[in-house]
Design a protein around this ligand. Structure first.
Ligand code: SF4
Length: 188
């Protein structure tokens, strides 16, 4: 069967450590909130689960502060294999890798049927809102805005990735929590 965990459609699968598979999304199949990050890192690759490292811990805290239970959300990434050149350092996924992996994300959106898709960072935001954004868009300028798309009834809300928020001010973190609170209202 053609599943993401058996995917070999781009070269990233060749860089996975022995025994590791592409990291599939996790969460209830019908979730009102879908969270989309960039790509798995080292920890996520070994544990085969999105957002389990330091970024995942911060995401958990932000969701909790907004009154959202993470286990009720479907969590995934734009690209399902860790982008790296040497197995040590992460790098951003290339345009080709994103385009090759995108059908898996679109399939997930179709299965999960979320009410809101939270895109964390520029990569998932541009991937899902490409027809509405310039490649040079500023995430800060559109964070927290609500976008409609023609391929899903879900509303898309861009926010900063936790890795960016780790370097950000308390005000930026509070702003993100406020966006998450808005999303909680949108699904209730
Ligand atoms: Fe397949 Fe995506 Fe992994 Fe490339 S990154 S091998 S398209 S699952």
């Amino acid at each position: 069967m053609d599943t993401v965990q058996n995917c070999t459609k781009c070269g990233l699968h060749k860089l996975l450590p022995d025994g590791c598979k592409p990291v599939a999304g996790i969460g209830p199949t019908l979730s009102k909130i879908m969270i989309v990050g960039e790509a798995p890192g080292y920890d996520e690759t070994l544990l085969e689960e999105p957002f389990v490292g330091q970024c995942g811990q911060l995401l958990d805290k932000l969701l909790k502060a907004a009154g959202i239970v993470r286990s009720t959300c479907y969590v995934t990434n734009t690209v399902k294999c860790r982008p790296t050149d040497d197995g040590k350092k992460n790098r951003p996924p290339s345009k080709v890798e994103i385009a090759t992996c995108k059908p898996w994300l679109i399939e997930e959106i179709g299965l999960v049927k979320p009410v809101v898709i939270l895109t964390l960072g520029k990569v998932p935001t541009y991937t899902l809102l490409k027809s509405q954004l310039k490649a040079s868009f500023s995430l800060g300028a559109i964070a927290g805005q609500i976008f409609n798309v023609d391929y899903s009834s879900a509303k898309i809300v861009p926010c900063f990735h936790p890795s960016t928020l780790m370097q950000s001010s308390k005000n930026e973190i509070q702003r993100t929590i406020d966006f998450f609170k808005m999303i909680k209202v949108m699904i209730s």
